[in-house]
Every structure is written in structure tokens, then in C-alpha cells.
Design a protein. Structure first.
Lengths: 173, 261
């Protein structure tokens, strides 16, 4: 059955708008990202899991926003916003030259609606920006707490010291 | 969650709570945390409801839905033009969208598949699916979902369609791949505007292997089947435009991460 995009928006649109506003801070960009999040839903409707559509949309919106942040210029006015600094750090992981972190970045591009694992960047956003505890992140992404912890530890080990330090300072216990 | 009582409930979890998606225990825990905040659960939910109303006032559902559909169609176009090398599928009324979508990538070479072997592997699973191998020294490497591939890798695609237990005729099907630029390459059929009947005798490798081009991102292989003949262009166009696949068709896909060396 074709996805009723208007009905999906009626159910979840404002939630996606709020998510995009939170991550992008600018209304125009947030609305643009919201539209594209639903476009991805249309495109991937054959593979969608309907058990938790809000979670799926929130994660999809997060990935869309990360892609926007990665491809956009850094705004100096955002340097005073700790969340935006963290998001810039996280979204930029994929642009690093290190092969493994580059792999992470690429994977998030191609796994917007992945069939299996959650991306480390999504985990990082949930923990460092959204301030979910490790337990809460683990529940969201279907990993064990130790699995989430290991992902984040590995991520920080591959990042420059100052970036890793910023992430550590945002740690949620 | 030892610090949870001192930490405001994340908006992310509030949204999940409002939609009733959280497991009962977690939902109860979050409600308890909210009750420690000014206004408690009622205030948090009221704020979400008011925000919902404000969004709908400024961005009515029918207008947003139209824009989403427009983007879905617009964004189906690949980012860069591809040479048209598929004259048998001149598309006419289907227009430029399908034309671009069905043009094989000029940088993807088809190769003779003889050196990849011809063994038949038994049917696995109960639904039609694809099996993809990467050529390498010795035996070909069977790839799994989200494996990493590289430009220059030679991939051999095979399909598996289990025979229908009730004795129905073999389905018709097409195989194509799509990359991060939304460019579609048709692998089966090569020169036909009708999906061919598929074989149900185990694993059937396509006659040609494919060398991946230098684009990056991903490569996703799709198998679309139907009990009745259908036009490959309809399925490819639907995928490219974000529309549902043609009625009566089923699909399987497997995606690989494509990285530059």
C-alpha cells in the first residue's frame, strides 16, 4: 500500500520540525530538512518498519540534519552554542581523512534507513547533544550499553584531542 | 540513570513518550522524572500539543505533502547527466526522468563472467533475493548487506527465485542497481521493455559481471518481481521518483557501501 505522506505528516510532522529546529537552529533550514526527511520516507517506504514510526522519523531527521551540517559552512555565530559545536564535530567525522572515520561518515550517508546497525554518529548525537544516558541510547539503537560505550570510546580515540575533550565534557552519566 | 532526577528529560524522549512508543517501564520512569519538573507531565504534553498546532497553522498538511511529493519527483533526477547507452529503452512518454534513470552508467563495464565460476548454489530463504559476489583471487567472495566495495571491484549478481510450492508459473523480474547519485543501471533485462520470466532452478548468475565506477557513496542492487509481465521502466521510474513500485510487484534489495581507495 502506498505511503500516505499527508497522513504521516499529520501524525509526525511537527515532531520532525522540532527535531530539525533543534539540530539546525535555523527555521528555513529546519523546514527544508523536514521536507527531505519525509521524502526519504517516501523513497524507502518498502523497507520501513512501522513498529516505531516516531523513532524512525526522529533518527531519519537526525541523519538528514547531520548531512546538512556536514555540507554547510560553519557559522561563527554557532561557536558560542555548545550543542552546535558538538554537532559540527560529530557531523564532520565523515570528512576526516582517517580511513575508519571516513568510513563512518560514508556509512551514515548510505544508511539513512539502514537495514541493520545504527550509526555511531547518531549514537553520538543522542548521547552528547540530546543528553540521553548510555542506557537510553542503547535502548534507542538496539545495542547493549557496553556496545554503545565501546562505539563512543572508539570514536573519541580517532578524533583530535580537542574534539574528544569536547565530547567528554558533554558526557551524560 | 542515576542522575536522571537532576537531568531534564531530553526532548527526544518526550517526543517518543508523546507518541506512546516507549516501553511501559521507560515511559513510567520518564513520567516520574517529569513530575519533578515544574508543571510535570501535563505541562510537557501541553507544550507539545501547542507546538503541534503552531506548526500545522504555519505549515498545513496538504501544502507540506504537496511539497514533499514535488521534491520526491524532482530529487529523483541524478546529480550529473549520464550518457545514454540504452537505445532499446527509448522512453517516449515516460519522459526524461525514466530516460536518465535507465541509462547504464558509462563508467560501469560489463565483463565476461566465465572466470567467476558457474557453480549452482542451493536455494536459501523462501523469497526471491539477490546474491552478489566480488571477484578476487581464488573463489569469489560473497558480499553481505552493507559490505564495503571499491571502484574497480568486479561484482557478479545472481538471483534466486524459489519455485512456487503451489505450482504457479515462475514470476517475471528485473534487476537493476542504483548509486548515491540516484543513477540506475539495468542489469536484467539488458535490451527489452518487458521483464523476462525468471528461472527457479537455484542460483542464476547474470551473463555479465560489473566493474564498479569511481562514484562514491553506495551501490544498491534491486530485484523486482511480479506474477505478470511488466515494463522495467515503470519499476525504475517508481524507485527514482519515490513512488510506490507498480501494483503486484515485490522487491528485494541489497546495498553496499562504496568507498574510494
Amino acid at each position: 500500500m502506498a505511503l500516505d505522506i499527508e497522513n504521516l505528516y499529520r501524525q509526525f510532522g511537527p515532531m520532525v520540525v522540532r527535531r530539525c529546529r533543534r539540530l539546525l537552529k535555523e527555521e528555513g533550514k529546519a523546514l527544508d530538512a523536514m521536507h527531505d526527511t519525509f521524502v526519504e520516507m517516501l523513497r524507502r517506504q518498502d523497507t520501513l518498519d512501522n513498529e516505531a514510526p516516531a523513532a524512525l522519523l526522529l533518527k531519519a531527521a537526525t541523519n538528514v540534519c547531520l548531512n546538512r551540517l556536514r555540507s554547510s559552512k560553519r557559522h561563527p555565530e554557532h561557536d558560542s552554542d555548545p550543542d552546535m559545536v558538538l554537532l559540527s564535530d560529530i557531523s564532520g567525522i565523515g570528512e576526516r581523512s582517517d580511513n575508519e572515520t571516513q568510513s563512518l561518515g560514508r556509512r551514515i550517508l548510505s544508511r539513512l534507513f539502514a537495514d541493520t546497525s545504527e550509526s555511531t554518529q547518531l549514537i553520538a548525537v543522542l548521547h552528547y547533544v540530546d543528553r540521553l544516558t548510555l542506557q537510553e541510547v542503547a535502548a534507542e539503537v538496539g545495542l547493549s550499553v557496553s556496545g554503545v560505550r565501546k562505539r563512543l570510546r572508539t570514536l573519541k580515540e580517532r578524533l583530535p584531542a580537542e574534539v574528544a575533550a569536547r565530547l567528554s565534557s558533554a558526557e551524560v552519566q | 540513570m542515576s542522575n536522571s532526577k537532576q537531568t531534564p528529560v531530553p526532548q527526544y524522549l518526550l517526543e517518543r513518550l508523546a507518541k506512546g512508543e516507549l516501553p511501559q517501564a521507560q515511559a513510567d520512569a520518564i513520567r516520574s522524572r517529569l513530575e519533578l519538573e515544574p508543571g510535570g507531565v501535563a505541562k510537557a504534553m501541553q507544550e507539545i500539543a501547542e507546538s503541534d498546532d503552531a506548526v500545522f497553522t504555519k505549515h498545513p498538511a496538504h501544502l507540506v505533502a504537496n511539497e514533499i511529493r514535488r521534491r520526491a519527483n524532482t530529487k529523483a533526477l541524478p546529480a550529473r547527466p549520464r550518457p545514454f547507452l540504452y537505445p532499446a529503452l527509448a522512453l517516449g512518454a515516460l519522459g526524461a526522468l525514466a530516460l536518465v534513470a535507465l541509462a547504464p552508467k558509462s563508467t560501469t563495464r560489463t565483463l565476461n563472467t566465465g572466470d567467476l565460476g558457474t557453480e549452482t548454489i542451493g536455494i536459501k530463504g523462501s523469497k526471491p533475493h539477490l546474491v552478489v559476489y566480488r571477484k578476487r583471487k581464488g573463489a569469489p567472495q560473497r558480499l553481505s548487506l552493507n559490505d564495503t566495495v571499491h571502484p574497480g571491484d568486479v561484482l557478479q549478481v545472481a538471483y534466486v527465485v524459489p519455485p512456487d510450492p503451489s505450482g504457479k508459473a515462475a514470476p517475471f523480474g528485473i534487476i537493476f542497481s542504483i548509486d548515491a547519485a540516484k543513477a540506475v543501471t539495468m542489469h536484467l533485462p539488458i535490451e527489452s521493455t518487458t521483464a523476462p520470466p525468471l528461472k527457479t532452478n537455484g542460483e542464476n548468475r547474470l551473463p555479465n559481471a560489473y566493474e564498479l565506477d569511481a562514484s562514491k557513496g553506495f551501490e544498491s542492487f534491486w530485484l523486482v518481481t511480479s506474477a505478470t509481465p511488466f515494463d522495467p521502466r515503470d519499476a525504475a521510474t517508481a524507485l527514482s521518483s519515490g513512488e510506490p513500485l507498480p501494483a503486484g510487484t515485490s522487491s528485494f534489495h541489497i546495498t553496499f557501501i562504496k568507498e574510494l581507495p
